[in-house]
Design a protein around this ligand. Sequence first.
Ligand SMILES: Cc1ncc(COP(=O)(O)O)c(C=O)c1O
Length: 513
Amino acid sequence: MPVVLSAAKDPGIYFPRNTEMLGGVPPEQTAEVLRFAQDDKRRAQHDNLVFSSNLQSVQWKAEISRGKVAEGENLMGNLAITGGKPVRRKPFPAWPIYTRDEERGLEKVLASRNWGGYPFPNKIADAFAQQFARYHGAKYGLAVASGTVAIEIALKAAGIRPGDEVIVPAYTWEGTVGPVLMLNAVPVFVDVDPDTYCLDARLIEKALTPKTRAVLPVHLAMRFADMDEIMRIARERNLVVIEDSAHAHGGKWRGKGAGGTGDLGCFSFQSSKLMTSGEGGAVITSNLEYYERAQSFMNCGRASATDQFRHRLIGFNYRITEFQAALLEAQLRRLPKQAKIRQANMNYFEKRLGGTPGVGFLKHDPRQTRVAAYQYVFKYSPQSFGEIPRAAFLGALEMEGIPCDGQFYEPVYKSALFPADPNDWPALSWGRSEPLDLRGLYHCPVSERAAYEESVWLPHHLFLGRRKDVDDIADAVLKVCGNISELRGLQHPAIERKSMSRAERPRVEKRQY
Ligand SMILES: Cc1ncc(COP(=O)(O)O)c(C=O)c1O
């Protein structure tokens, strides 16, 4: 199968990648073919173009003349990326979802002229935060400006000080780790569990030092970190546990809500999340002292409402607006129903794909009593597909009409979004002959394999529709797996995009959540 970069829109002409093949085109057609090809290439690089001309009848004379294909052989592949018909052209359910509920909430805030986060806590933000905390099994809640600052607030509330060490999973969004540095504390990376892609609790004890003060597990994508083991270690060593639950709204561990088992829980309401107000976050806790410190820190150092512990600290403005809180109230009401739909669809998806060679699932842990799936994540095994890289699989899947990702996260210590320079973060040098080189110090094989070879991420809203949508996703995966040889050596802009890191992508992505 020759490599096809793109197909010109006009029926009857398409363009193989290797321009040298043009040698076989009749001279009177060369200029025309090149013009189409260049035009196509530009558009393909720009958009996620699905080619749809009636190309099946076309024969490529140049190929034939070079003996690469037999006369009469159809050069088009079955996969959309090689010229076949895509499984799906229809968009999936749009995200975020809103109804009159959100509209009414926003209108009410608008008319009240009480828009901001001050005086703190403002009415709707406070009511929402308390309800959200209770929903997750905690006594107190704060709605804040983002998930990143939620983590910074939680660390500060827990009394993390410069030079303290905080255990973090290597495989997560950089926003889990940045706040540790913001407080001039030291992140210590620990690899993730291959069954869940969450912090591997079995590796924590080896990473502890006398300076360790906190563990910051992330309930990644659709699984929970082993909270039993993490809490056991933390209680034994007097460590604070802060659950990064940015992906886990409504999820439960042994019947307790995400963020409610540890000392503090943090959430994000950024656009892609299971509940969103565009931007936003939350901190929950059942510890009044932490709650009071968190209030002061996020409200410019002012005393908390109860002020029983009389902590005084330098704080900042990390408040949320009443508009955002009004959106979140409506989103929280809708969350349980959406979680059910997602879960049923994801179960069905697993049924459809179960037993497919080269496709693996993350393990279910019965202690996770309610799944919150921010993304459906499965494993693609390049070894089972003749070493065809994941980027080719993903590029092909996307051309079949299924939005998907692979390098959704990188091991943070390797990410271009984490240029941790010890000159900027002095604690990395304290008490050491050489500053800690966070980028050179670690090798976490499970995280690296997940990030660069095997993980496939499907956004949650693909699973908010009907069974037919799920069938399309499963059909597309099976189709790509079944025609994987068409991808060997293929170069295509969709594949190039799938090889890019999050740091590089904004130049090519039209919309990034
Ligand atoms: C695991 C994790 N932690 C923290 C954050 C930070 O949240 P935000 O983007 O709201 O600052 C995110 C958000 O993308 C996340 O996915």
